[in-house]
Design a protein around this ligand. Structure first.
Ligand code: ATP
Ligand code: MG
Length: 335
């Protein structure tokens, strides 16, 4: 039997370069060897976007189109919508007995996200709902509903996978060996920083280059990137290692990177040209993806059919897992 992958994104915005290097590339590579399920986590998105349901709804299709344009192949992978899998909601209820409130409050991902919300929206942004605090439990349900072996994620998600593994161990020790402990797999760039110098490019952080941006939008964002503040004139020497443009060159301009650094340090490289070169490289890497995306934008009913089929396939697995879980928990009445 082929091993299984569960991975996914929150429909809180379009996907960006962080997703591309952090998890999307791994998805497209591994879908040949693994039975792959790609989750569009609308229930999780609602935990901190419950007051903007229209935004979440719109972005379900956007995230699906982003995945398809990058090369997630609907003939190999199943893309599905989380809220259409009621088994996951049921598992979440059962697992919520297996994790303490203080453990959730200590989860580093949850702590960071609460701090980010405070920074963006003031003290109010830091007020935490029961649903938001509990989202690691529902993420454990997402993963175990498929008994996934591997979960391709960005580095910010690692504490959530660890939390899932703890829940699995607790469940198995109490009720019998039913669930699998998943392994996380981080991408080539575990956490892509923002052009603003933030430690993470994030949809909710306002610092993202989206896969669907135009060439000009991409250049405009790069033009505003944080650079070495000591460099004022074109021929001032500068430090490429504290410059976000330098950092992005190290990822998206690999063959030229050494030369970029040498010229920058020697004052032989103006920032304008350096930014143009970076924009050109990123835009050419994304050109095919953007073209494919335009196709899906014009064929949205095809995208909806792909989601409906993916969801149908997903439920075959999740309903079997729920049966096993209920049997182990001795709540399988009237079999
Ligand atoms: P939000 O700000 O709404 O949480 P996000 O940008 O963090 O959005 P998610 O949908 O939460 O995106 O994340 C989907 C996947 O992409 C996760 O596995 C996450 O770790 C990964 N990811 C997100 N941002 C980055 C990044 N900057 N670098 C690497 N991986 C990332
Ligand atoms: Mg996130």
């Amino acid at each position: 039997m082929r091993k299984r992958i569960l991975t996914g994104d929150r429909p809180t915005g379009k996907l960006h370069l962080g997703h591309y290097v952090g998890s999307l590339l791994n998805r497209t590579k591994l879908q040949d060897d693994y039975e792959t399920y790609v989750l569009i986590a609308d229930v999780q998105a609602l935990t901190d976007n419950f007051n903007t349901p229209e935004k979440v709804r719109q972005n379900v299709l956007e995230v699906a189109m982003d995945n398809l344009s990058v090369g997630v192949d609907p003939n190999k992978s199943n893309i599905y919508i989380q809220s259409l899998i009621p088994e996951v909601a049921e598992l979440t209820v059962f697992y919520s007995n297996l994790v303490t409130i203080s453990r959730l409050q200590r989860n580093p991902t949850v702590k960071t996200e609460i701090a980010q919300k405070k920074a963006l929206f003031g003290e109010d942004g830091g007020s935490v709902t029961y649903g938001f605090l509990g989202y690691p439990v529902s993420q454990a349900a997402d993963i175990t509903a498929f008994n996934a072996d591997l979960v391709p994620v960005g580095e910010d998600q690692l504490p959530l996978i660890e939390q899932c593994r703890e829940i699995v161990r607790k469940f198995n020790s109490l009720y019998g060996n039913v669930l699998k402990e998943p392994q996380a797999l981080v991408g080539e760039v575990a956490r892509l920083k923002g052009l603003d110098g933030n430690t993470k490019m994030g949809k909710s952080l306002g610092n993202a280059i989206y896969l669907s941006d135009t060439d000009d939008e991409t250049y405009e964002k790069i033009r505003n990137a944080v650079t070495d503040p000591k460099k004022i004139r074109k021929d001032d020497p500068a430090d490429p290692y504290i410059c976000m443009v330098g950092y992005y060159h190290s990822i998206f301009s690999k063959p030229e990177y050494e030369q970029v650094c040498e010229e920058c340090k020697a004052g032989k490289r103006g920032c304008v040209d350096c930014k143009k070169q970076l924009a050109k490289n990123i835009n050419s890497e994304l050109a095919q993806i953007r073209e494919k995306r335009r196709y899906y934008e014009q064929h949205q009913s095809e995208v909806k059919d792909i989601l409906a089929q993916g969801t149908k396939n997903a439920r075959i697995i999740t309903s079997q897992t729920l049966r096993n879980v209920k049997e182990a928990m001795k709540i399988d009445y009237f079999k």
